[in-house]
Design a protein around this ligand. Sequence first.
Ligand code: PGA
Length: 265
Amino acid sequence: MAQGVLATAARRPLIAGNWKMNMRRSEGLALAHAVADHVCRAGRFPAELAIFPPFTLLADILREVGGSGVAIGGQDCHPAESGAHTGDVSAEMLHDIGCTHVIVGHSERRADHSETDGEVCAKAQAAHRAGLVAVICLGETQAQRDDGRTLEVIRTQLAGSLPGGADAANTVLAYEPVWAIGTGRTPTAAEVQQVHKAIRDALADRTSPETGAAMRILYGGSVKPANASDLLCLADVDGALVGGASLDAESFWAIAEACPWRDAA
Ligand code: PGA
C-alpha cells in the first residue's frame, strides 16, 4: 500500500514536444524559433517548455535557441557512455552538446526496438549519470486495457523502468496509453486522473512519500489545444508529452497556454 502521498508539493508543469522522426533542418529551425519566440514574449509563465527534435537537428537548434528558456532534449539514449554501438547516441553525448533532457522508454521504442523495462531502466540510469533529466514513458496497449490490466501493466513498467536514485529533480514520468498515441482518442479525464494517482501512489511506495508528491507525471497521447485544459487541470497531471500537435508552433503554444498556474510556478 502507498505510504501516503504528501499533498503539499506544487509541481511546475512541463509541456514537452516529441517531434519523433519529423522535420528537415529548415522546418525544424523555424519551429524551434517560433516556440522560443512565444516563450520569450510570454515572460512569466506557469509551465516549463521542452522540445525533443531528432538527433540530426539537436546541435543546430541548441546553437540557435539554446538559452531561450526552452529546454532541449534527445528522444533516446544508449545505456553505455561510449563504445561499439553503431547508430546509437549516449546520454553523455547529448549532455556534451547542451541537452538537458532525454526521453526513454517511449512506446514506439519499446515496440520498434523491443526495448524491455530493464533496458529502459538502464537508459534512465545513463541519463542520470550524464546529468540529464530522464523522461520515462509508461503506457498500456489497447489489448491490455481491454483485459482490464491497465494499472497492473503500469505498475510493472514503473517497477522495472525506474532506476534507484530517481527523484523529482532528475526524473519525469509520462503516462502514454499506446492506443491514444497519434489516434485522436484519449481516455476520459477521470480515467487519466485514476492512472496518474495510481502511478503516484506506486512511486511513493517505491521511493518516498516526498518523491511521490514531488515528481512530475505528464500525460501523453493525442493532446491537442481542444482537450489540453481538461487534461492539464487534473490534480495528478503535471503537464503533457505532445507528439503530433508539437509539430505546429501555434498548436504547441496553445497547449502550453492551457496550463493552470500552480503555487510554485
Ligand atoms: P501524439 O503523440 O500527441 O501524436 O499522440 C504523443 C507521443 O507519442 O509522445
